[in-house]
Design a protein around this ligand. Structure first.
Ligand SMILES: CC(=O)SCCNC(=O)CCNC(=O)[C@H](O)C(C)(C)COP(=O)(O)OP(=O)(O)OC[C@H]1O[C@@H](n2cnc3c(N)ncnc32)[C@H](O)[C@@H]1OP(=O)(O)O
Ligand SMILES: O=CC(=O)O
Ligand SMILES: [Mg+2]
Length: 536
């Protein structure tokens, strides 16, 4: 097999794209590419079955795994014993320093929801991780502000891109390689030994898994990669995001498949909502109200998080909470409201038994820590709280029709405005943005465009009168586009044009595409377009 680097070689990229690292990626690809493609085919077939009337259920063929009380996941690895606060964010140089210094126990270094996968962002992110581990990442920005690593740093946990994405910057035998294998493989190759030397290990978050078979693929990759690199089996640890409706039915099996490498489960609430709409968008009893009304306390979301805690604790695994979208603001009133809401969200999670949770901003580390400190006392986690009281059925997980709330004109406009602005930022190389005082990333844009598709598909009535039609959406899109480009440059305008076309293709087509990111990446984010801020 032959590899080719298609992406341009910027300053120091040769330190990441070494012949040995690329040989490792080729070995991963030759061993696992076919299985990845087959699993993506089964995703398509499953969605087609749901569209034609089938509903998911707990699997009869794996009942033995669920009823066998004897198995547990591996004990927590060094650096992952206390996970009360985890900060997430992209891997540019400034964010890397700020996240590591934030006071959080863990930093989720994100190549997924919070990163626009330009070639630059991907390879520069890997360089920043190496530089952080070598403690040579300090720099002064153009304003003269100094960035330097402190003494107490968060444990790095890398989130590679999901199975659905490819990386066009590296071709193997003329075809693009899996993006998951690139992000996982480059980090493992360059940083596993460095992490072990520091007394920690190579840790990962696994995004957007749909089934335990996908977890098995990751586990087999871990076993192969550890053997290839001469690392003891069990060195790698991975926390799996439960952020698809299908994975919610296979949480126990996912832990089982990964048990020697598992570091628990996380409640990826935003992609979870996206997955529910994507899989059951055609069904009229699955029409959800405004995005803002789909809170963590509506019945189907509550069922999923309660089951997640119970499943993890039965198997000795950490249960990690999700992301509240509120972020600090310079406006004191908005800021106070954000803090109150984040506190309430973390209190619910800590009270339910989660062992820690996520924050999107260093300014939220304190509130999350305070809430979990209060519940944990001098314990590192609350795994001993088994939550045997939780009984969740398939019907509970699918009780989407019990979600209170309305579809409003404001909710429709918000979905269009947020999706358009987010995709515009993403095409410019930025994968997480603050919009109207909320943190927005790829998962929000996916929910927003899927909800619009769902509402148009069903001609959903608006609480304020009228109903959602293709023509109404196009007219709001045109208004929002006008707002976005006002006063912008020609380049901004062109990007906004591309974002509007992506929105039309992924929210207004006859079918509902599985991801906007695959469409947008294929059309617009080639390696040759991949320039982003370096901070270097
Ligand atoms: C659905 C999911 O998957 S959730 C997980 C994925 N999403 C994320 O990870 C989003 C992470 N958050 C972010 O990217 C950012 O907080 C944003 C884009 C939302 C807002 O960032 P900014 O506009 O820079 O916010 P703000 O100006 O308040 O930031 C203040 C400082 O905190 C830093 N900061 C903010 N968020 C983070 C973060 N997550 N990690 C590290 N540093 C951060 C900023 O870099 C800035 O640093 P500086 O003072 O040295 O310049
Ligand atoms: O990745 C997290 C989510 O909520 O989506
Ligand atoms: Mg997600």
């Amino acid at each position: 097999m032959r590899y080719e680097i298609i992406g341009p070689m910027a300053d120091r990229f040769d330190e990441i794209l070494t012949a040995e690292a690329l040989d490792f990626l080729v070995a991963l690809d030759s061993e696992f590419a076919t299985r990845r493609v087959a699993l993506l085919d089964t995703r398509r077939a499953r969605r087609a079955r749901y569209a034609s009337g089938q509903l998911p259920d707990f699997l009869p063929e794996t009942a033995r795994i669920r009823t066998d009380p004897s198995w547990q996941v591996a004990p927590a690895a060094p650096g992952l014993t206390d996970r009360r606060v985890e900060i997430t964010g992209p891997t540019d140089r400034k964010m890397t320093v700020n996240a590591l210094n934030s006071g959080a126990r863990v930093w989720l270094a994100d190549f997924e929801d919070a990163t626009a996968p330009t070639w630059h962002n991907i390879i520069d992110g890997q360089l920043n991780l190496v530089d952080a581990l070598e403690r040579r990442i300090d720099f002064t920005d153009p304003r003269g502000k100094r960035y330097a690593l402190g003494d107490e740093l968060a444990t790095i946990v890398v989130r590679p891109r999901g199975w659905h994405l490819v990386e066009k910057g590296i071709a193997v035998d003329g075809r693009p390689i899996s993006a998951s294998l690139v992000d996982f493989g480059l980090y493992l190759f360059h940083c596993a030994r460095r992490q072990l030397d520091a007394g920690l290990g190579p840790y990962f978050y696994l995004p957007k898994l749909e089934t335990h078979r996908e977890a098995r693929l990751w586990n087999d990759i871990f076993v192969f990669a550890q053997r290839y690199l001469g690392l003891p089996q069990g060195t790698i640890r991975a926390t799996t995001l439960i952020e698809t409706i299908t994975a919610a039915f296979e949480m126990e099996e996912i832990l089982y498949e990964l048990r020697e490498h598992s570091a628990g489960l996380n409640a990826g609430r935003w992609d979870y909502i996206f997955s529910v709409i994507k899989n059951f968008g055609q069904w009229s009893d699955f029409v959800l109200p405004d995005r803002s009304a789909v809170t963590m306390t509506v019945p189907f979301m509550r069922a999923y998080t309660e089951l997640l805690v119970r499943t993890c604790h039965r198997r000795g695994a950490h249960a990690i909470g999700g992301m509240a979208a509120f972020i600090p603001s310079r406006d004191p009133e908005v800021n106070e409201d954000a803090m109150t809401r984040v506190r309430a969200d973390k209190q619910r999670e800590a009270g339910d038994g989660f062992d820690g949770s996520w924050v999107a901003h260093p300014g939220l580390v304190g509130v999350c820590r305070e809430v979990f400190d209060q519940v944990l006392g001098d314990r590192l986690h609350q795994i001993a709280r088994r939550r045997d009281d939780v009984l969740v059925s398939a019907a509970d997980l699918l009780a989407v029709d019990k979600t209170p709330g309305q579809v409003t004109a404001a909710g429709l406009r918000s979905n269009i405005a947020v999706a358009l602005r987010y995709v515009h930022a993403w095409l410019g190389g930025t994968g997480a943005v603050a919009l109207w005082n909320l943190m927005e990333d790829a998962a929000t844009a996916e929910i927003a465009r899927c909800q619009v598709w769902q509402w148009v598909h069903h001609g959903t009535p608006l609480a304020d009168g009228g109903c959602v039609t293709d023509a109404l959406v196009r007219s709001i899109l045109a208004e929002e586009w006008g707002d976005l480009v006002r006063g912008g440059t020609a380049a901004d305008r062109e990007r906004a044009e591309q974002a509007a076309r992506i929105f039309e293709r992924t929210a207004l087509g006859e079918d509902l595409p599985a991801f906007f990111t695959t469409d947008a990446y294929a059309h617009h984010l080639g390696p040759s377009c991949g320039s982003g801020p370096t901070g270097r």
